[in-house]
Design a protein around this ligand. Structure first.
Ligand SMILES: NC(=O)c1ccc[n+]([C@@H]2O[C@H](COP(=O)([O-])OP(=O)(O)OC[C@H]3O[C@@H](n4cnc5c(N)ncnc54)[C@H](OP(=O)(O)O)[C@@H]3O)[C@@H](O)[C@H]2O)c1
Length: 324
């Protein structure tokens, strides 16, 4: 089969389109003919050798696909050859064929095409657990969503509105923000040209927000802590800027704040019960058309390097998807 392989860590050009052996499913796995692969920020970190759970080169990047089941491994029940599935492909996703743990293979609702399906699982599950499980977002609460024009961000804005939140969304360009507004955000703010902390304080009459979804790090994290109301929750899912922030413990103590980390990959291993419940709820919302994966860019698989350049250059909106 054809796949993208990384032979040494580095810039996007290390993503090489090559012929590689076909994978075979182990017990508990299914083999999928990949029709679309989701691009995640974690893929770029893995390519650079910066992701915490590293596979040494050579490796096929990518952790999320949608496609058709072509074979099932021993012990797999409830999934048949020919079924349309989407979900984690943690071993290798940027390929024509990928293996998926059967437990994480979700059925693709009829109204959803493969590009949308590949853009769905990781960002919606991440946004779900960040906002609901750990952020404990309640109806009427104010929520600050950073990088709202990204994959996780566009999912989070939609879910926060469904759950009755009041959404203050930031992004790094006015073009992204005008699209984020159409997702239902109450306020949009370009955090590269204006101080979001002042704007949040004005919007909330000085009180601050109840929940922050943070993935940027550095100064954005530090100001987000100051943007919280007493008893507020700041849920950290990433560090896109690569800049480690300072944690102002005085603020945390005095305002009874919670700073909570969340990692979907580790939840699938340690809390499959929670992930399973959320996946069923999200598929229900998807099938009813209440949420929609935002596919911003589609590239042929062989142009994975271009997709990574766009993602890391902060130029993408919504999800990027690769088509084998
Ligand atoms: N913990 C988890 O389980 C989990 C799961 C999925 C994703 N994540 C994390 O969530 C974040 C979003 O992931 P994603 O895949 O949806 O990516 P994404 O948000 O589509 O892309 C990253 C966005 O981050 C923003 N950003 C801000 N500062 C940046 C910088 N210095 N360099 C690059 N980008 C910067 C950019 O948007 P603006 O220019 O508009 O700010 C960029 O478009 C990432 O940090 C990722 O690692 C975590």
């Amino acid at each position: 089969m054809k796949a993208i392989r990384v032979h040494q860590h580095g810039e996007p050009e290390v993503l090489r389109y090559e012929e590689v052996p076909d994978p075979t499913p182990e017990p508990g796995e299914v083999l999928v003919q990949v029709r679309a692969a989701g691009v995640n920020f974690a893929d770029a970190l893995a390519r650079r050798g910066l992701y915490p759970t590293l596979t040494p080169p050579p490796f096929i990047p990518g952790i999320e696909v949608a496609g058709t089941v072509v074979a099932v491994g021993a012990g797999v029940e409830g999934i048949e050859v020919g079924q349309r599935v989407m979900g984690f492909a943690p071993k290798a996703g940027y390929a024509e064929l990928a293996v998926m743990p059967a437990a994480g293979a979700m059925p693709v609702p009829e109204r959803i095409n493969f590009e949308e399906a590949a853009a769905f699982p990781i960002v919606f599950l991440t946004a779900y657990h960040a906002l609901k499980t750990f952020g404990r977002l309640q109806e009427g609460e104010a929520v600050l969503i950073h990088a709202a024009g990204g994959g996780v961000g566009t999912a989070a804005v939609q879910l926060a509105k469904i759950w009755g939140g009041r959404v203050f969304a930031t992004a790094g360009s006015d073009g992204k923000l005008s699209k984020v507004r159409t997702l239902g955000a109450d306020i949009v703010h370009n955090y590269r040209t204006g101080d979001f902390l002042d704007a949040v304080r004005r919007w909330t009459g000085g009180r601050g927000v109840d929940v922050v979804l943070e993935s940027v790090g550095g100064e954005v994290f530090e100001k987000s802590l100051r943007a919280l109301a007493p008893d507020g929750r700041l849920v950290v899912v990433g560090l896109s800027s690569g800049v480690q922030p300072q944690l102002h413990l005085g603020l945390v103590i005095m305002n009874r704040l919670s700073v909570i980390g969340m990692h979907l990959g580790s939840m699938t291993v340690k809390r499959p019960d929670l992930v399973g419940t959320s996946a069923r709820e999200l598929i229900g919302l998807l099938a009813q058309g209440m949420i929609k994966p935002v596919v911003g860019h589609v590239f042929p698989l062989k142009e994975a390097a271009e997709a990574h350049r766009l993602l890391e250059g902060r130029g993408s909106y919504g999800k990027l998807v690769l088509k084998p």
